[in-house]
Design a protein around this ligand. Sequence first.
Ligand SMILES: C[S@@+](CC[C@H](N)C(=O)[O-])C[C@H]1O[C@@H](n2cnc3c(N)ncnc32)[C@H](O)[C@@H]1O
Length: 241
Amino acid sequence: MLPAKQSVADFWEREACGERYGAQQDEVRYQLEPEILRVAQFDTGGGQQVLEIGVGMGADLVRWARAGGNVTGVDLTSRAVELSRQRLEAEGLHGAVLRADAEHLPFVSGAFDVVWSWGVLHHTPDSDRALIEAARVVKPGGRFAVMVYHRRSWLAAAAWVRWGLLRGKPCTSLNDAVGHVESPGTRAYIQRELELLLRPHLQQLRVRPVLTHWDRRVAPGLARCTGNRFGWFLVVEGVKR
Ligand SMILES: C[S@@+](CC[C@H](N)C(=O)[O-])C[C@H]1O[C@@H](n2cnc3c(N)ncnc32)[C@H](O)[C@@H]1O
């Protein structure tokens, strides 16, 4: 593994996303990020081949499986793979969970009806490649639903204050500042970049920002005034051409 990717893997091997919430992880997750339920529409997964890229603790994978989806989950870390397998087993659900790299998915093109990935693809060093890989494995007419971070957001501005301004480096770019958020080298996009990248692969492409709990925390009054426009999440939805 290249050093940059190894450092991402090392970060998430130490603690999977949401693990700090222990037994409350599931409850806290959908309370803090209610958009997940609205975007995923887990109950539409019945009988579908569903791939989740970057399963983390497996909360969403379990929801797809409960809905009757034929689920496959991948993650860069063995911790996430293990936790997700345990979670499926605990509910008597079936699914394949494997360690794999989002930049090089081990699946043929067009293998899945639904490709779902929430808060993952901006963490890998070549995020553009991972986004295109995710689109590659969707069947023609199948559904692509992904969330990545948004550079023009209150949270990105707060990262710039913390990692640029307060360190006496006001010339730090928003790109460099968000590189410090969570695992090393995190990327954040603007809408136009995603549209240019994905339009050749997806139709009915919709890229929209969503204001998050984290934006409200770092810019309480301002975030309320600007609505979703400067939200930290960019939700990308489309149908495979
Ligand atoms: C912020 S967590 C999100 C996990 C889960 N989707 C969630 O919403 O809780 C990011 C996850 O992406 C995984 N990840 C990062 N780079 C990856 C890559 N190149 N391939 C597969 N998984 C990756 C990490 O191991 C980690 O589990």
